[in-house]
Design a protein around this ligand. Structure first.
Ligand code: SF4
Length: 367
């Protein structure tokens, strides 16, 4: 029965949220069947290539207060930092000379004029130092349309903004109830990014308090209906200095959160065959070869951390984040080996843009 449902999704036949719920609970043989089909879809539509996005964690200062996040504004136990512009450019140069093809610039959410202008400056400089060759993804939270436009014009062309959960009610359970944390704003912002021609990525956390299989199935439907270009989703891992840590006793065991994440990735791969799917570091925090497993069953993007080592232990969104004590050079050598082990090959010097996005553009221009 579950295999039949998986085949329906695979063959783009009509399916329901309930079908997705059932698939997400697949066990043993059915679970393997899901992973096998996802692996085949990935090989057919994406190929073996895995693309690097050198991750630069620019600043851990954040104006927001999400209940689950280690760098939330009210966490006073954290030493705050912002990388200097020279450090950011040095990291970008490292990515460029090591043929990463792309970087991700990520930070807590800030929207002051000096912050947004400095990002624009950095984008111009990164483009300059790489002769326009480094692709740039931003992950800098909710911003105004004007800011997004300015950053796009300065050279960013992909944007990651996780919805975290597509249920308004659930969103409100995991965020403070104030103007800064409105579900409607998050949705509106995702639409703005799409309108401005960014390749848009979103994603959810898996295994959150109050979350059900129905929520997760709805999340997958949301991503399909929004027609996302990229996805980054990972298991929720609690951070001891956050309000959500109080719900720790109600959580699924880590191994289960991890397993559902793999099934979410595999199922999304067969639902949206040509999107980019990131294999997130949170998977590795649970299983040392978690990221490789995700690559095997559907993911095609890895984000090696190239933030200077001195800042690494200050950007903990969750506890036990891996590779915090490695230099970028060690990190890339280790990853090369890991990706080979997962049967993939690295797309050096390539942007590795979302094929889904590119296919949509071709389709639009021929309409
Ligand atoms: S999840 Fe993002 S916006 Fe929320 S507190 Fe953390 S860094 Fe800030």
């Amino acid at each position: 029965m579950i295999k039949f449902l998986i085949d329906n999704v695979l063959n783009d036949k009509p399916y329901t949220k309930h079908d997705l719920c059932v698939i997400l609970q697949a066990k043993d043989d059915d679970r393997q069947y899901l992973f096998k089909r996802a692996q085949e879809v990935k090989e057919k539509y994406i190929g073996k290539k895995v693309y690097f996005r050198g991750l630069i964690e620019y600043s851990n200062i954040c104006a927001k207060n999400c209940y689950y996040c280690g760098i939330r504004r009210d966490n006073k136990l954290l030493e705050r930092y912002t990388m200097t512009n020279d450090e950011v450019l040095e990291a970008a140069h490292f990515a460029y000379t090591n043929k990463y093809g792309s970087i991700v610039l990520q930070s807590g959410e800030l929207s002051s004029h000096s912050y947004t202008q400095n990002i624009t400056y950095l984008l111009h400089e990164i483009k300059k130092l790489s002769n326009g060759e480094l692709g740039i993804t931003l992950s800098l939270g909710e911003q105004s349309e004007e800011t997004y436009r300015q950053w796009y014009d300065a050279g960013a062309h992909r944007y990651l903004l996780r919805i975290e959960t597509s249920s308004k009610e659930h969103y409100e359970q995991i965020h403070p109830n104030d103007e800064q944390h409105r579900f409607e704003n998050r949705l509106k912002t995702l639409h703005t990014l799409k309108k401005l021609n960014y390749q848009v990525g979103t994603g959810v956390m898996i295994g959150l308090p109050f979350q059900t299989y129905e929520h997760l199935a709805a999340d997958l439907m949301f991503m399909k209906n929004f027609d996302i270009d990229m996805c980054g989703m990972g298991p929720y891992i609690e951070h001891k200095d956050t309000p959500m840590y109080n719900w720790k006793v109600d959580l699924l065991p880590l191994a289960e959160r991890y397993d559902i994440t793999l099934k979410m990735i595999a199922l999304l791969r067969i639902m949206m065959k040509d999107i980019n799917i990131a294999s997130t570091t949170a998977l590795q925090a649970i299983d040392p070869i978690g990221r490789e497993k995700a690559i095997t069953i559907g993911a095609n993007i890895i984000m090696p951390n190239i933030t200077p080592k001195k800042y690494r232990d200050k950007y903990f969104l969750y506890d036990n984040k891996p590779c915090a004590d490695e230099e970028a050079e060690d990190c890339v050598r280790c990853l090369e080996m890991r990706i080979k082990f997962a049967g993939g090959e690295i797309g050096y010097n390539e942007w590795g843009d979302s094929k889904h996005f590119l296919n949509k553009k071709i389709h639009d221009s021929t309409d």
